[in-house]
Design a protein around this ligand. Structure first.
Ligand code: XMP
Length: 515
């Protein structure tokens, strides 16, 4: 969206920086995260309504700690400093930040805090409450022109402000849910200090993006690799709304998806959306390539290489002109403030186009959205709820859930067992509480007894986790009755399975997937 009101989140490497940006967006204000190494000219070019300095892991006195040009304080733009960002503001403007000599001045976690409710950040809120702290150094003297606007038992400056220059600082983290009314404090900064109007709404995003896509694509073609995952599905729905049949979605079915999933994706997009849908069925080719391969990384490599070979061959054959679209989202391309700021991380969503294919350009219609915003757009465009809220699914699919060699029989057993698990979890309402759950076929045979006969058959493992970010995860405490029903049904309904086990390993030390 051109000329949209923008706030910049200047990233000094703290752990909650994406959360700050999401909170700002939840207040209907568009914001971008920029690393502290960004040139000030780029900030000027964006004409932001406000700037937020994030937290950071350092002390302003560390030699290696991130700083920014003092020129930023002369732009006449409102600034809110959070935690390290607040200390940096104090330090840069002539206040005193006192290094923590011992632990008596540090605060971690929920902290009782007193607020001056005459200050614009805290207006209309109670004069005390819990804030979330995480600091060692503290501001012992605020810069000239500032006054202290919040305190705690050990922190003389839990917040400070200089309304005349529109500079505000909080030692605590308003973006974290544990801070009472933290979002209202951020909202007050955005609306009452920066003068934002709150135009960042997903309805507006859809209208504007559709208009821009129409203009950009004109009467040419656009091709999108559709995996059935949330991001590529929402990108497909958006492009379909913009250019209808000029869009071709290429869906590679490598036979390693969950039961009936290929058909579900095809039906959804051919029935609900106007587009050309091309499904490439290449299950047999993939199985042939995987024959005899047992090593997980080798399987991943083969599946990835074969996937792109099939995909690009199809594009070369029929669709190698016009535009190429992909479902890149904002977290895929945020530059981090943690030292390697110049490098944008490579992600599986950002695909390298072979040099012999000459698209006019790459279109990434979701590149400014966070995942929750992508989901909101998906719902508004009429994608089915279960697709929009789909759990993550690994690119190599069931190839990494069949442990060891992948064969057609093993994939079928796993698909059947996994479908029963999903059905039972849906029926009892537990599915929505899980971050991810699935069945695994470890490739282990055990002895059992069915009827009066001895069996020697496959073992199925159930994996279910809860997590916020998939970096760490807890094994899910699913009630025994549900596990019991799943186990009974799998053993009774899936041929060649005689035992079911439940994985009670958290991450770390385990990973979510078994391979
Ligand atoms: P791990 O097993 O590393 O999984 O704890 C964390 C999350 O990442 C997903 N995952 C993958 N996603 N390609 C993907 O696109 C992969 O190769 C892959 N391996 C794991 C996994 O499902 C979980 O959500």
């Amino acid at each position: 969206m051109g000329n949209k009101e923008t706030v910049i989140v200047l990233d000094f490497g703290g752990q909650y920086n994406q959360l700050i940006a999401r909170r700002v967006r939840e207040c209907n204000v568009y914001c971008e995260i920029l690393p502290y190494t960004v040139d000030i000219q780029k900030i000027k070019d964006l004409s932001p309504k406000g700037i937020i300095f994030t937290g950071g892991p350092n002390s302003v006195y560390d030699e290696s700690s991130p700083h920014y040009s003092d020129e930023i304080f002369k732009l006449g733009i409102p600034i809110l400093g959070i935690c390290y960002g607040c200390q940096l503001m104090a330090y840069a403007l002539g206040g005193v930040v006192t290094p923590a000599a011992d632990n008596s001045s540090s605060e971690y976690g929920k902290t009782d805090t007193k607020y001056n409710t005459d200050d614009v950040l805290f207006q209309g809120l109670p004069d005390s409450g819990v804030s979330w702290m995480s600091h060692r150094d503290y501001i012992s003297q605020v810069p000239e022109g500032f006054s202290v606007t919040a305190t705690t038992a050990v922190c003389p400056t839990a917040a400070m402000s200089c309304p005349e220059k529109k500079f505000y600082g909080v030692q605590f983290h308003p973006e974290v849910n544990h801070t009472d009314h933290g979002k209202l404090m951020l909202k007050s900064f955005l609306y009452n200090v920066c003068g934002c109007k709150g135009e960042w709404k997903m309805e507006n995003f859809i209208d504007t993006t559709v208009r821009q896509l129409k203009e950009q694509i004109g009467n040419k073609g656009v091709v999108l690799g559709l995996s059935g995952g949330v991001d590529s599905s929402v990108a497909a729905a958006l492009l379909s709304k913009a250019v209808g049949k000029q869009l071709t979605c290429v869906f590679v079915d490598q036979g390693l998806m969950r039961k009936d999933e290929g058909d579900y994706v095809e039906e959804t997009f051919t029935k609900l959306f106007d587009m050309n849908f091309v499904r490439i069925n290449c299950q047999d080719d993939f199985l042939l390539k995987l024959k005899g391969v047992v090593e997980p990384e080798e399987k991943r490599k083969i599946i990835g290489t074969e996937f792109y070979k099939v995909f690009w061959d199809k594009i070369r054959e029929s669709y190698g002109s016009g535009f190429f679209a992909q479902g890149t989202i904002y977290p895929d391309r945020i530059e981090s403030g943690k030292g390697d700021a110049a490098k944008i991380k490579t992600h599986h969503n950002q695909v390298g186009i072979p040099s012999d294919i000459n698209f006019e350009s790459v279109i990434e219609p979701l590149k400014d959205l966070f995942k929750d915003e992508v989901r909101e757009v998906g719902e508004k465009l009429g994608l089915p709820h279960e697709l929009v809220w789909r759990q993550p699914f690994p690119g190599p699919g069931l190839g990494v859930r069949v442990i060891g060699e992948v064969t057609a029989d093993k994939v079928r057993i796993l698909q059947e067992a996994d479908a029963i698990l999903r059905d039972e979890m849906d029926k009892c309402g537990y599915a929505e509480q899980m971050s991810q759950f699935f069945a695994v076929l470890p490739g282990v045979k055990t002895v059992g007894v069915m009827g009066d006969a001895r069996t020697y058959d496959e073992l199925v493992a159930i994996r279910a986790v809860t997590t916020d970010d998939f970096m760490t995860a807890d094994w899910a405490k699913i009630p025994y009755e549900i596990l019991g029903r799943v186990s009974n049904r799998i053993i009774n309904e899936v041929e060649h399975v005689n035992r079911v086990v439940y994985d009670i390993t958290s991450k770390p030390p385990g990973t979510v997937e078994w391979e």
